[in-house]
Design a protein around this ligand. Structure first.
Ligand SMILES: [Zn+2]
Length: 124
């Protein structure tokens, strides 16, 4: 069987999570996209926040890549059972939402979750 050459940051996610699986890759893509759109680095403290709407394997990749954790108080779980991940940078609170699936494939300048703050919807 041929080995797959994974990016180093995905290898970090696998090490954190314990195995490579589709959910982990979804979280990896969501975190990479969110951080890229916000021009954010891994959260050393609490400057980057993540709101996750599921408790799947994807959340482990979010934690490993973004540095958002329950312990630091910058990871928020809203149990909606959806593959939706919202990222924002404190104190600007510029949100960016990554969602898997067809219903949220649009990208817009305004997020329906905010009061006029600039944000984006996108898929991985
Ligand atoms: Zn998994």
């Amino acid at each position: 069987m041929k080995e797959i050459d994974l990016p180093d940051d995905l290898k970090q996610c696998v090490a954190f999570h314990g195995h490579l699986c589709p959910g982990l890759v979804i979280g990896y893509c969501a975190a990479k996209l969110g951080m890229r759109l916000l021009a954010a680095d891994r959260s050393a403290d609490e400057e980057l926040i993540a709101i996750v709407e599921n408790d799947t394997c994807a959340v482990d990749a979010i934690q490993a890549l973004t540095g958002c954790t329950f312990g630091k108080g910058n990871l928020f779980f809203q149990d909606h059972g959806k593959m939706v991940f919202t990222f924002a940078v404190r104190p600007t609170a510029r949100p960016c939402t990554s969602a898997a699936g067809r219903s949220r494939r649009r990208i817009s300048k305004r997020s329906p979750r905010t009061n006029g703050a600039t944000g984006r919807y996108s898929s991985c």
